[in-house]
Design a binder for this molecule. Structure first.
Ligand SMILES: *Cc1c(COP(=O)(O)O)cnc(C)c1O
Length: 810
């Protein structure tokens, strides 16, 4: 067991306090604290949050062991034990490396540009419960994620499986000392994170450092410079390769959906459920590893059958009984259970939480220890109800200190589901694949038609972090969640923004703010267009109105006085050239006089809005706006003899005018992946449907209303269940709009109908049920906006309310 003295020794730090307590859990994110006992918190000074800031709060919650690079104030020093080190992340890494040194088991280290997480998951799936394995949860492959993953190695483990991702030179060496793989697997070299490397060669050399002490490196021999480079690297160690065209240990051919594999004297012929190149490559990496490990063809057949191209991610959506379902059942192990329980805990929209949990396989633990750990996690997160499924879990029912019921199988659970009141709850389905929790999901899910808007929460976080990275240290973010968060959802989006600690949310109307409060959002909320009829809600729900004219100023002022309010937060809107709303420059002296007569109001911020921050041709105007704004703010500050917080920039402004960040910026469309600076943002929304029917039409026939879809040559037509009532605008009729189906774009034929649209798929190899993407990462929203002669804002906010939103997370 580890104690703080040892931590100090390992990390060359200095102990303050008795330092004799035991360490069982390593924590780097204060939000993920569940049980304070035996926790060691690493106060990492991150890019966005400094871990040191959370020490007092953690001490209050009972945490008593810390690794820091700066000591806290004296009052806290006395209340806990500290190890002071030079670099907290290095200390975390040293602890993990030390832990790793106690294990002499085979460890597979996976790296490469793409496919790491999938290959890792597929290896785990294909080995199933034949070995006890500890692996990276999710995609914890960073400088912090890797040590946390390796820390999960436990006595019973027979195998370790870890992925390593790097963004900068010098990082892999550190990960190597923590993972110490004995078997290396290299997926491929792509252009991700290229900006930080001087060349592709440098990036490849850096990645290969993971395999420094490995016995063997597994990779694809493509006969190109990458393969040559790896081969050269392998003169000091074994290599084990696969290829479609070159000589290799494992040779493969892909023939019309059938993958033929030859290794030594074994031959396999596998029909595979996907055809995209990336999936086939990932599958080949997996098969090659199995060959290397000595599994025979029977085993590999069975293994591949277990691999399905299921999306490896968590889905959140609304259920039938005014509830929310989180479906995370593509796999289950302790790490992902812990992540899923954290995610459940972040959900504030319903008063009750329910956990549906199955047996866990592939855990690396003996059963008894495993379910003890599971119960510690579950008890700490305290869901209101637990429904356990599976014969392994059942004998340990006494360990769970909460209302719980246990079932032998998913079928039994389904039969009993009606006995539980699941209304107004958040339900987490966390199961191993074999338990088919998708059947439970189907019963609970609200049925709507097949068109859905998928909102990718990882992409949203990525984009948020990009905009944060553009900010000066003392500027903070207000996120505009008006118009149903640009069509993406209300509390679902607000919830994740709250988790990432943005400073403010801004809504257009008071109702939106009331809704957010009802769903557990505590962040300060600004209301851009308050109305007299909202005053009561503003006060009751602590919503901060924007004041933009004298009428509002005096009526709100009067109301606040009547209510006995003092220092009620308001925001002043100044008009500097947009001419939409706000006080004019010529109003400023009068405005100051009027404000001085308002005893109940406190001006939190004064802001203005740029008319053309995205267009270089209007930059001079933008600078003029900023100058006018500054002058108005100076007068206000002088009159009130204090600083008033300021904000001017919207998304495009954040990217183009860093000098005007002031105290806050107001992020809107950028969060959804639109950049004016060609930044590497991710598309958050993906509007998709599926083919409902396919038919052949002959020359002379027509398609759709008004017979406008004329057919000159024989055509194949697909009908998709999306129409103008879903926001698929009628102007896209007759070839103007296109949709994306398995790799290609196909045009609309005829007129778009209210609920359906016909697509010309002549020549395509597609079937009923195939996915159709209207916009998304495959078909950028900017392009769709172009066909519509509008801007991405309108496309996003036009997706109708009846289109179900599903939130996904890797
Ligand atoms: C909508 C809005 C924003 C956000 O604009 P984006 O261009 O979407 O970033 C900022 N400020 C105000 C006042 C807004 O109305």
């Amino acid at each position: 067991m580890l104690n703080l003295k040892k931590v100090a020794e390992i990390s060359q730090g200095e102990c303050l306090g008795s330092c004799s307590g035991q360490v069982k859990y390593l924590l780097t994110d204060s939000r993920k604290l569940t049980l304070p006992e035996q926790v060691l918190f690493f106060a990492i000074p991150g890019k966005y949050h400094n871990g040191h800031a959370y020490i007092p709060a953690l001490i209050k919650k009972g945490v008593s062991q810390f690794v820091v690079s700066e000591l806290p104030e004296k009052q806290w020093l006395e209340k806990a034990d500290f190890v002071k080190v030079h670099d907290v992340i290095s200390a975390l890494q040293s602890v993990a490396a030390w832990w790793r040194s106690y294990f002499s088991l085979p460890v597979i280290g996976v790296t490469g540009s793409n496919g790491k997480t999938i290959v890792k998951e597929w290896i785990a799936q294909s080995l199933g419960d034949t070995v006890r394995m500890t692996r990276t949860p999710g995609s914890y492959n960073s400088q912090i994620g890797v040590p946390l993953s390796v820390w999960m190695l436990s006595d019973g483990a027979q195998f370790g499986l870890f992925e390593a991702g790097i963004s900068f030179p010098g990082e892999m060496e550190k990960l190597q000392t923590i993972i110490k793989p004995t078997i290396g697997l290299f997926t491929n070299l792509g252009d991700a994170h290229q900006e930080n490397f001087s060349s592709f060669t440098q990036k490849l050399e850096e990645k290969l450092k993971l395999f420094k002490n490995a016995d063997v490196v597994i990779y694809r021999n493509e006969g190109d410079w990458v393969s040559e480079k790896i081969e050269a690297y392998c003169t000091e160690r074994k290599k084990f390769t696969w290829s479609f065209k070159e000589e290799a240990d494992v040779e493969a051919q892909l023939d019309d959906g059938v993958l033929k594999v030859q290794y030594a004297n074994q031959k396999l012929s596998l029909s595979i459920p996907f055809s995209d190149k990336a999936s086939v490559e990932n599958l080949m990496h997996t098969i090659t590893l199995l060959c290397y490990l000595g599994y025979d063809s029977d085993f590999i057949y069975r293994a591949v059958a277990k691999i399905r191209a299921v999306p490896m991610r968590l889905e959140q959506k609304s259920g039938r009984a005014h509830n929310t379902i989180i479906n995370d059942s593509y796999n289950s192990d302790l790490g992902s259970l812990s992540n899923a329980l954290d995610f459940l805990e972040q959900q504030k929209q319903h008063p009750r939480k329910v956990l549906v949990l199955s047996d866990i396989f592939q855990s690396g633990y003996a059963k008894e220890n495993l379910y003890k750990e599971v119960s510690v996690l579950v008890n700490a997160h305290k869901p209101d109800l637990m429904l356990g499924v599976g014969k392994d879990l059942m004998p340990y029912r006494e360990l769970f200190h909460l209302e719980s019921h246990f079932f032998k199988s998913t079928t039994e659970l389904i039969a009993a589901l009606g006995d539980f009141d699941l209304t107004d709850t958040t339900i987490l389905l966390k199961g191993s694949r074999a338990f088919h929790f998708e059947e439970v999901d189907k019963i609970l899910e609200e049925k709507t038609h097949r068109t859905v808007l998928e909102v990718n929460l990882n992409a949203l976080t990525h984009n948020l972090n990009y905009f944060k990275s553009l900010l000066k240290p003392d500027a903070d973010i207000i996120v505009m969640v008006k118009a149903f968060s640009y069509g993406s959802g209300s509390h679902e989006i607000a919830n994740i923004l709250q988790y990432h600690r943005v400073a403010y949310l801004a809504v257009a109307f008071a109702d939106e703010g009331v809704d957010l409060r009802a769903r557990g959002i505590d962040l300060p909320i600004m209301v851009m267009n308050p109305h007299i009829s909202d005053f009561d809600s503003l006060v009751r729900y602590r919503l901060e109105p924007v004041v933009f004219d004298y009428g509002m100023l005096s009526s709100l002022g009067k109301y606040l006085v009547q209510q006995g309010e003092r220092r009620f937060s308001v925001h002043l809107k100044l008009n500097t050239g947009m001419n939409r709303s706000g006080f004019n420059p010529s109003d400023i002296d009068n405005l100051i006089d009027e404000l001085k007569k308002q005893p109940a109001m406190y001006v939190q911020t004064a802001f203005s809005h740029l008319a053309s921050s995205d267009e270089p041709m209007h930059d001079k105007f933008t600078h003029d706006q900023a100058r006018v704004y500054n002058t108005m703010c100076k007068k206000l500050e002088l009159a009130f003899d204090r600083n008033i917080k300021k904000h001017l920039l919207n998304s495009a402004g954040i990217e183009r005018f860093r000098e005007y960040q002031f105290d806050y910026v107001r992020l809107g469309i950028g969060l959804y992946g639109i950049s004016v600076a060609d930044a590497d943002l991710k598309q958050v929304g993906r509007l998709r449907t599926s083919i409902a029917q396919i038919r052949d039409v002959m020359p002379g026939e027509t398609v759709g209303y008004g017979r406008s879809g004329e057919v000159e040559n024989p055509k194949k037509i697909a009908t998709i269940p999306i129409g103008y009532a879903d926001g698929f605008r009628r102007i896209l009729s007759n070839g103007r709009g296109k949709v994306f189906i398995s790799g290609n774009l196909y045009p609309v034929i005829g007129n778009v109908c209210m609920d359906m649209t016909m697509i010309d798929i002549t020549g395509a190899n597609v079937e009923v049920g195939d996915e159709v993407v209207i916009f998304g990462p495959e078909l950028p929203i900017e392009e769709v906006a172009g066909w519509l002669e509008t801007i991405p804002y309108e496309v996003l906010t036009s997706v109708a309310a009846r289109v179900k939103r599903i939130y996904v997370k890797d």
